[in-house]
Design a binder for this molecule. Sequence first.
Ligand code: AMP
Ligand code: ZN
Length: 469
Amino acid sequence: MELKLYDTLTKDKPPFRPLDPNNVRMYVCGPTVYDFAHIGNARPVIVFDMLFRLLRHVYGADHVTYVRNITDVDDKINDRAARDYPGLPLNEAIRKVTEQTEKQFHADVDALGCLRPTVEPRATEHIAEMRAIIEKLIANGNAYVAQDHVLFSVATDPDYGKLARRSLDEMLAGARVDVAPYKREPMDFVLWKPSKPGEPSWPSPAGIAVEGRPGWHIECSAMAWKHLGERFDIHGGGIDLVFPHHENELAQSCCAFHSDRMANVWMHNGFLQVEGEKMSKSLGNFVTIRELLVNWRGRSWPGDALRFAMMQTHYRSPIDWSLAACDQAFNTLKDFFSVAGPVSGPPPAAVVEALADDLNTPKAIAELHALRKQVHEPGDAVSVALGNALAFLGLDARRFADWVAQADAGVVSNAGKIDELIAARAAARARKDFKESDRIRDELAARGIVLKDGKDAAGKPMTTWEIAR
Ligand code: AMP
Ligand code: ZN
């Protein structure tokens, strides 16, 4: 079996040859932790989890290093911290926001059947590596200091624009670049900048007297270097990251390490869209993973169904997200699990081969349907093959069954049950049983439901609820 992966840089799908088959190395840009992840954010997490599982199958579970970073220094985090914790010093508030968001992110992607990466480095724990790369870039003549900033000089890198396949003029026309007085050229980008008062700050590189903080792109170059070396096998993320984020990472790492490659393969997933538009926070047309798992307009779906719905489309194509597709995925999976035998061995070769062809999940699903048709009775050889195939794809019969049991018990997707719990909590509070009332509040919080205590028009205490966002 030959593994083939499409490379954005060469626009080719050559056979995959790891630099070291004993340690296949993959870096994927992870979340900026300030808010609940939406279902579009789940796409790269699921896509690269599929690839992680495939690589582990081919090279052995102990021979793959998957690094997915956590971006914990960012303006959006600072804004959220100031908004949610106005009474706290900013740095403390930031820690609260990032810790909480990271926990929510893990709970959400665990529910989607994604394995934890081998390493999840936090940007703020790699400032020393960022400074070291910046110093190298200055020493190599690829970066300069101006007004307490350090900037990358794109004119010094003849390969700049190779990944995005755009000329400097085209990039300039297409990007919203800040034309700042400290830049030599408008396309030059920030490696380091001074911090505003109260913002997180670290001693600056290059002898700059005031403290500062890193630019976004340098964070990934530093974390990839620390955990995977100067050059590694696969770099992944959503298609929107090709430019400028990955173009800039590539420029920084190649110029710092005098290398012509940062990663041998660059992989990018297409967008998840709603009615033809990218799902995004800024457009406001987003639904969080948590809402779909708990209560989206009175309905919800198990994580395995959401994962399965996502797998119906090849990762490089856009997905049009619909509730009908979630329902269909749920029904199909329910049927598969109802006949699948216990997981007891490696997946069928046809399923592995489908994935080995640039992660062709629609083809893998077609193989599942073919197996399903051949099952005569639960427990027969084909049903066992089906069970093994589902497990290999990260679809878990037990987790699915647990969700169904919870749904039957009326806890998820059941506003009536939530109202019942709120009434029980009000009764507990009335009899001053605060232990019980706190327990109920925590139980709901664990399911992503936030209670708001207030008063009704007549001044009587009243509790409303909403899905945490
Ligand atoms: P962000 O929170 O915007 O930094 O995005 C985190 C990851 O999710 C990146 O890999 C993005 O490319 C990816 N992403 C964001 N929105 C979408 C979307 N609508 N569809 C697919 N991937 C997305
Ligand atoms: Zn990145």
